[in-house]
Write a protein that binds this ligand. Structure first.
Ligand code: PSZ
Length: 287
């Protein structure tokens, strides 16, 4: 994992550096993605990389590479690092300039990426995890995968300090998403999740799950739901690139249902594994 990407250069990690006036470093002025890799193949790469271009456009940042150039660089990075099962982290900042808040006329965006071996969280996916519930204090453009994550970090820290895996966020009693995931409830034969508005990140895993629901016969309602509906749900889970379909079996101090992952959630986990196998031809560990 010793090689990193800086623009179009492949460097040893210890030779990488950040300029002290890089706007990503000073302001969080940039966007990023995390792509899952299974058996050396990127999963849903197109969706992730297209979202990167969309996030960049939303902050008026023109990316200094084409989609195909980006794919080629990431493929090479995976290869030189011999990545099997893990992630590619990539980010683009607006680059370096004398510190000023408004966008400089002339900056060169900086692309960096690295790879990391990350195992599938099989034990947690099997047993389910605890989440806490807290206020969503973030800004109103959560649809942008921006480097600014303090609102998310404060919520995650609160979760971890209380022995939780994730924080479920709400605005005035309406559940939005997790601090680093999308959140879903199942009541009867219907799955509910917040619609893809400015209040959530439209997760790539979320989109995959909505497709899989059709396959397994679970109805989908992209409708915001309340904390009360969350408390009364039959099943609750979160989803992200690394956590996949992660059952939430305890919310604050209250078990969800019988405190075990629900039937529909398990069906979605199995369907998700199949989708990964179809696309990547491999799965390091199975549930
Ligand atoms: O490794 C990790 O913990 C990761 S990798 C991606 C995430 C966490 N989370 C992405 C994310 C997010 O940060 C927020 C606020 N909402 C939803 C998601 C899920 O997005 P996808 O499915 O695209 O990863």
């Amino acid at each position: 994992m010793g090689t990193i990407l800086v623009n179009d250069q492949f460097l040893d990690r210890e030779n990488g550096s950040v300029d002290i006036e890089d706007r990503g470093y000073q302001f969080g002025d940039g966007v990023y993605e995390v792509v899952r890799v299974y058996g050396g193949n990127m999963f849903t790469a197109k969706e992730h990389l297209e979202r990167l271009f969309e996030s960049a456009e939303k902050i008026h940042l023109t990316l200094p590479f084409t989609y195909d150039e980006l794919v080629a660089r990431l493929e090479k990075l995976m290869e030189v690092n011999q990545l099997d099962t893990g992630i590619i982290y990539l980010q683009v900042t607006r680059g370096s300039s004398a510190r000023q808040h408004h966008f400089p006329e002339q900056t060169k965006a900086v692309l960096t990426a690295y790879t990391k071996e990350v195992a599938r969280p099989v034990a947690d996916m099997t047993a389910g995890v605890k989440a806490i519930i807290t206020d969503d204090v973030r800004w109103l453009r959560c649809d942008i995968k921006s480097l600014n994550l303090l609102g998310n970090l404060l919520a995650k820290q609160e979760a971890v300090s209380k022995g939780g895996f994730e924080a479920v966020l709400h605005r005035d009693g309406t559940v939005t998403e997790g601090s680093s995931s999308n959140v879903f409830i199942i009541s009867g034969d219907t799955l509910y999740t917040h619609p893809a508005t400015n209040l959530i990140l439209n997760g790539i895993t979320r989109r995959e799950i909505l497709k899989l629901c059709k396959e397994i016969g679970l109805s989908v309602a992209e409708q915001a739901f309340t904390l009360e509906a969350l408390a009364n749900a039959d099943e609750v889970f979160m989803a992200s690139t690394t956590a996949e379909v992660m059952p939430l079996v305890q919310l604050d101090e209250t078990p969800v249902g019988n405190g075990k992952p629900g039937e529909w959630t398990q069906k979605l986990q199995a369907a998700f594994e199949e989708a990964v196998q179809k696309q990547c031809g491999s799965l390091a560990q199975t549930i």
